[in-house]
Design a protein around this ligand. Structure first.
Ligand code: MG
Length: 293
């Protein structure tokens, strides 16, 4: 199923997209929670109830709603992986903006940081580059994994049992702040610096996540293009690493890293400017589009 969060007449609700139609079925009206984090926390029973509710729920034209991020306010910080595509790791190292690498292009272990839940915004919402005091706003198209079960010390071969689905995020970054603070949290956590969506797709809809292609366009120009199989540290390795140290919980969102082609990969850097439009597309999940203001 493809779940969305949306607003209609001032009310927030969870719905599912009707395949091949511009229609949403309102699952909240049918008795399900009005936030997707709560639905995910219900585990398989939540998805079973959603499937049942989808059979009879109220249908609404997509155009009569405002789509929100599928998880507009995650329960915890979004867990992110840095430097996780080889070519991107090289371009980041070369750009001079990486103050943490110590000259090492390929990390020995996954580079983990987080973004504040308040950075999340929805499809179509503006990326506020003008609020970046360092005038160095950059885009990072990424596949995000959503955790469906609580777990600790998860082995790689069991990792996908803990994944309930996927979405797209733009790990927007103020590069000069990322460099200045020698730690990435602040430069990646500005309000509106984590566009997410357009939907949350359940894992059963994706045959092979490694085969998904990701593409980012700025003003129609193709900037990033890669396949998930090119990740340096794959999804099982990321889950094994994180869960070896802390408990992961339902609703956790893990952004898996961005491919080469970010703004600082160019010389001079191509930072986002008001009036730009960033479009990220991942096979089967959809298209996340945001204007820059
Ligand atoms: Mg990133």
């Amino acid at each position: 199923m493809r779940f969305v969060s949306f607003e209609k007449n001032g009310k927030t609700a969870v719905g599912c997209l009707v395949p091949h139609e511009d229609t949403i079925i309102n699952l909240t009206e049918a008795g399900l929670p009005d936030d997707l984090s709560s639905l995910v926390e219900m585990g398989d029973s939540g998805f079973t109830l959603a499937r049942k509710a989808a059979e009879t729920g109220e249908r609404i034209a997509l155009s009569d709603t405002r789509l929100l991020a599928p998880f507009p306010r995650p329960r915890r910080n979004i867990i992110c992986v840095g430097k996780n595509y080889f070519e991107h790791s090289k371009e980041f190292e070369k750009s001079g903006f990486d103050s943490t690498s110590g000259g090492q292009t390929i990390p020995d272990a996954p580079v983990i940081f987080t973004k504040a839940p308040t950075s999340v915004s929805g499809p179509g919402e503006p990326i506020p580059a003008s609020s970046d005091p360092s005038h160095s706003t950059d885009y990072e198209g990424e596949l995000a994994v959503v955790i469906g079960r609580s777990g600790r010390n998860i082995a790689k071969d069991e990792a996908f049992d803990y994944v309930c689905g996927y979405t797209i995020i733009n790990d927007v970054t103020a590069r000069n702040l990322q460099q200045l603070h020698k730690q990435w949290f602040l430069g990646k956590s500005l309000d509106g610096f984590c566009p997410m969506g357009p939907c949350f797709i359940t894992a059963d809809e994706i045959k092979d996540v490694r085969a998904l292609n990701i593409a980012t366009r700025v003003n129609g120009e193709l900037r990033q293009q890669a396949c998930v199989k090119d990740l340096i540290f794959d999804i099982p390795t990321i889950i094994e690493t994180v869960s070896s140290l802390l408990t992961i919980i339902p609703g956790d969102i893990i952004a898996t890293g961005t491919p080469a082609g970010v703004g600082i990969g160019f010389s001079p850097p191509k930072f986002l400017q008001p009036g730009d439009k960033v479009v990220i597309e991942i096979d089967h999940i959809g298209v996340l589009e945001n204007p820059v203001t």
